[in-house]
Every structure is written in C-alpha cells, then in structure tokens.
Design a protein around this ligand. Structure first.
Ligand SMILES: NC(=O)c1ccc[n+]([C@@H]2O[C@H](COP(=O)([O-])OP(=O)(O)OC[C@H]3O[C@@H](n4cnc5c(N)ncnc54)[C@H](O)[C@@H]3O)[C@@H](O)[C@H]2O)c1
Length: 313
C-alpha cells in the first residue's frame, strides 16, 4: 500500500519540488496544504490532493487522519520581511508549527519532518558550523529555534517522532522569484536574461553555502525510511561556500553577459557567512551529488522556460 504523505507549504519552492519527487517515486499518496501567501497554485504538481488552508487553523486537523509522514515546510521565511513583522513571524512560524505538531499528534502520524534553518547559526563564528552551535539573532531565526523546543516536547510527552532539517541556501527550479527580494540565484539569472543590471546588497563579500534541491530531496526520502534520522537534527548544505560576487561572476559567465551589478545597501538581519558541517548527514550515507555549475544550469533552463511562457515578467 502507498504511504500517505502530507506536505505543508506545498505551493512553495521546497514543498512543490518534494511533492514532484514523491509522485515520481510512485510509492506515495501526497496531500498538500498551502494558504498561497507566498506560494503559487500552478506550482503544485498534478496528482497532489491540494487544500488551500492556513497551518494556524484547526480546520487542518481532519486532513492528518491516516497520514504516515508529515513534511512541514510552510513558513514566513524572508529574513528581511520577518524583521519588519516579528508578530506575524511568530504567529506563522511558531504557532503554525505547533498547530502542525498538534494535528500530527492527535492523528497518530508516524513522524513529522520539519524545516528549521541555517539562520540558527547567524551569530556563530565557527565554520563549518556543526549542529550544536546555535546562536540565533534575527526574528526569523528566533522563531525557528523555538520550534526545535516544541518538537522535542512533543516527542518527550507524546512520543511524536521528528527530524529537524537545517537547510543552508537551497536553490533550483521553482525557487521563489516573486519575493520582494528574490534569492540571489534567481534574481541574478532573471535580471541578466532580461539584459538588466542585477542588484547586489552590500559589498558582495557575504559567503553562502548553496545546496541543490535534488540533494535535499534525497535526504527527505531517507527521513521516512532510516530510523537513525528519528528525533535528530541535520545540517543540509554542500560544505562549500561562495561569495555573492563569485556567484554573480559564475552566472554572468554561464549567460555570456558582461553586465556589471549595481550595489545597494545591505539587507537587515542577514549573517555575514554560512558554511555547513555536513558530517552528521554524511555519516548516514547521504552525499550532495549536484555540483554548482550543473545545478545553476538547471536553474537557468527552468527560468528561461518560465520566461518564455510569460510566467516571469
Ligand atoms: N529555501 C531555502 O534556502 C531555505 C533555507 C532554510 C530554511 N528554509 C525553510 O524551508 C521551508 C520551505 O522553504 P521554501 O524555500 O520552500 O519557502 P517558500 O516561501 O517557497 O514556501 C513556503 C510556503 O509556505 C506557504 N505558507 C506560508 N505561510 C503559510 C500559512 N500560514 N499557512 C499555510 N501555508 C503557508 C507559502 O504560501 C509558501 O508556499 C521554510 O520553512 C523555510 O523557512 C528554506
């Protein structure tokens, strides 16, 4: 019999890609929730049983009946937006997440796999950063660190299993390019394809660890079938980092562009660098497989296709 998987945030970047992967694997029935605050309905793959609902609402509870695994991705996750609205950040990321744990507990779900973030390491100066170096600074990071304690309390008092995932900078097709400040990869690619000068916030020296979406999805699948992931937290990055400037140069080279970027003032709340210590996930046999150039080329191909369809203006 097929396992039933419920994904929150299914219309977003990671949720829609993972739903796609599950459907391609063939052994899963996929139920998806998203309130479409940031996500896009058209991104939800055909074959997903979709519900436009808010994770903070108790109307989500009946959907968790007979569910084997929950992947909880829904969040308010643009750091600069979260800095402007700490109340909504806590409401969605903390209260919404607790509501998802509660729905899972009430319905005897086998396990909740949920998204934390490398932002938990914002104040750390240890690079690469291992899982125990938690120093959250921004409102976003503080909201994410709170969920860690709730996950542990649901395990302690109700035996609800979890895996917490600390993604570094995930990139790939369907990355959210509609945001006020889109993630650097899509922002650079879109501007250069349009023949416009991309914006670099700050000097471009900030360094980020980028990981391709397919590698993340490999680990998601492991979370359902490898009990060594139970009640543990894992960094998911590539273990290499690049400056924003370097990324810009690589993308410009791939697109044969000599346009120079425009610099604007730095965005609030963002860490200077991140770099994942991925040994814990590697010790389970997981390994990032997609190198930066291959991953970027796939992202470029996707954005070109969406532009041709008129979906990206
Ligand atoms: N993409 C990354 O690089 C990255 C890095 C670290 C952590 N994360 C975490 O991974 C998760 C997924 O990230 P993503 O990049 O796919 O983000 P995304 O913004 O593309 O997707 C999030 C989805 O959640 C939905 N959502 C927001 N509030 C909701 C609510 N109240 N009820 C129902 N749905 C709601 C949005 O509409 C959106 O479709 C998030 O929890 C994020 O914090 C992502």
């Amino acid at each position: 019999m097929k396992s039933k998987v419920l994904i929150t945030g299914v219309a977003g970047f990671i949720g829609s890609n993972f739903a796609d992967r599950l459907l391609k694997e063939g052994d899963y029935q996929v139920i998806g929730i998203d309130n479409l605050a940031y996500g896009v309905r058209e991104q939800v793959p055909d074959g997903v049983e979709f519900y436009q609902l808010d994770i903070r609402d108790s109307s989500i509870y009946p959907l968790f009946q007979q569910i084997d695994y929950v992947f909880h991705f829904a969040a308010k996750n643009c750091i600069s937006d979260c800095q402007l609205d700490p109340v909504e950040t806590a409401d969605i990321n903390v209260r919404g997440t607790v509501n998802v744990f509660e729905a899972a507990k009430r319905n005897g779900v086998r396990k909740v796999i949920y998204a934390e973030s490398s932002a938990l390491y914002e104040g750390s100066s240890t690079f690469p950063t291992p899982e125990n170096e938690i120093v959250p600074l921004s409102f976003y990071a503080v909201s994410k660190v709170s969920t860690m304690y709730f996950a542990e309390a649901y395990r302690r008092f109700y035996n609800l299993k979890y895996t917490a995932l600390r993604y570094f900078c995930v990139y790939g097709p369907r990355q959210d390019y509609r945001r006020t400040v889109p993630p650097v990869f899509s922002a650079f690619i879109i501007k250069l394809l349009k023949g416009e000068q991309p914006i670099i916030y700050g000097t471009g020296e900030k360094r980020r660890d980028f990981i391709f979406i397919d590698d993340i999805n490999d680990f998601h699948l492991m979370c359902m079938h490898d009990s060594r992931t139970d009640n543990e937290v894992f960094n998911l990055g590539s273990g290499k980092n690049y400056s924003v400037k370097e990324i810009y140069q690589i993308i410009a080279r791939l697109l044969n562009s000599d346009l120079q970027p425009v610099h604007q003032p730095d965005l609030p709340g963002e860490a200077f660098a991140n770099l994942a210590d991925i040994r814990k996930a590697q010790n389970l046999g997981w390994q990032p497989r997609v190198d930066l150039i291959t991953g970027l080329q796939k992202s470029i191909d996707y954005i070109k296709m969406e532009m041709a369809k008129g979906n990206i203006k």
